[in-house]
Write a protein that binds this ligand. Structure first.
Ligand code: SER
Length: 337
């Protein structure tokens, strides 16, 4: 049986890696949706390419029913730095867009009496630590701790996590519930993601990928955070592994809807050193932007992903050293050669 998958924000960084991965399975039919044109490199993997605003419910309702969509990867989002430039727009895309999609998926799943998986990437930005002292003391934050984000993006992600749980378990609480779970909401809180193939747009963990890509292009880099700034990271293949792993996990194994996933925690200096080992001519300097620094200082040094490990056997393939040696450096060299 072929599985129809709708990917929103398909032209973004995660979409660029997820879509070719999904296409490896002959049983998957991918429908992509993005406000921008889909890159030519991705088009061969898509059965149908839709260019539309995430807020356009009629297009989404139509896609869900016409194709009998079984899984939605809702990747469309405005990240933390972009969100601070235009918080109202970020709220529209991140919250109104997610609510419209959840509502459509819920409506179609209920009408057609079938389960639809809704996979939602959340973020370390959903956390907000009060100060650096607390950040140093609490090394690995659990899902239920410090849910006090300071950015519009973090606030939006945290609220949408709750909204997903609401649609999935409590929608119209006063009425009798249909049998079983129809909107099957599953969410990952991602660390900063580093891809060898693409660069993020408008995030605040961007100093790490920017440092590596600049060095590979033979350019210097001025980091907008202090060298001692530590947050969790993972490389893109592990992010895709986590998305696919959670999507395929048997429902009965899942004890919560929202899971932390992490691979390694690193300071900006740790990353700079690894970059310098390979590209000794790259000069990395530090000129902290106080406001962007404030954002990363509110994010935890690492997140505790033990629930993901025990519930659905999550395990990253890469630590920081193997990420550089076996993925980032060879792929980036190849990209810029
Ligand atoms: N990479 C994201 C950002 O920097 C965090 O999820 O906004």
């Amino acid at each position: 049986m072929q599985e129809v998958i709708l990917i929103t924000g398909a032209n973004g960084e995660v979409g660029h890696a997820l879509i070719p991965e999904l296409a490896k399975s002959k049983n998957v039919v991918a429908i992509t949706l993005d406000i921008n044109e889909l890159d030519d490199t991705l088009k061969p993997f898509a059965h149908e390419v839709v260019i539309a605003d995430i807020l356009d419910s009629s297009i989404i309702d139509n896609l869900l029913t016409k194709h009998s969509v079984g899984t939605v990867f809702h990747l469309a989002s405005i990240l933390s730095t972009g969100g601070e430039k235009n918080p109202e727009r970020a709220h529209q895309v991140n919250v109104d867009g997610t609510n419209a999609l959840l509502s459509s998926v819920n409506r179609v799943a209920t009408q057609e009496k079938r389960a639809i998986k809704f996979i939602f990437p959340s973020s370390i930005a959903a956390y907000g630590l009060p100060d650096l002292e607390t950040k140093k003391k609490i090394q690995r934050v659990k899902e239920g701790q410090y849910a006090t984000p300071i950015t519009m993006y973090g606030v939006n992600k945290l609220y949408c996590e709750l909204l997903g749980v609401y649609y999935s378990k409590y929608y119209k609480l006063l009425e009798p519930r249909p049998e079983g779970v129809l909107l099957d909401f599953r969410c990952l809180r991602f660390p900063g993601i580093i891809s060898a193939l693409t660069l993020p747009t408008g995030g605040t963990s961007d100093y790490a990928p920017e440092m590596i890509h600049s060095a590979a292009k033979g350019q210097g880099y001025e980091s907008f955070v202090r060298p001692d700034t530590a947050i969790p990271f993972m490389v893109m293949p592990d992010a895709i592994k986590a998305l696919v792993g959670l999507t395929n996990a048997p429902k009965e194994k899942l004890t919560q809807e929202v899971y932390n996933v992490s691979a390694f925690s690193a300071t900006a200096e740790d990353i700079a050193k690894l970059v310098n080992n390979v590209f000794p001519d790259s000069s990395i300097s530090y000129k902290p932007d106080l406001n962007r620094q404030k954002i990363v200082d509110s994010w935890p040094t690492d997140i505790d992903d033990s629930k993901a490990r025990s519930d659905w056997s999550w395990k990253p393939d890469y630590d920081i050293n193997s990420a550089f040696k076996n993925y980032l450096i060879p792929e980036i060299r190849n990209k810029y050669k």
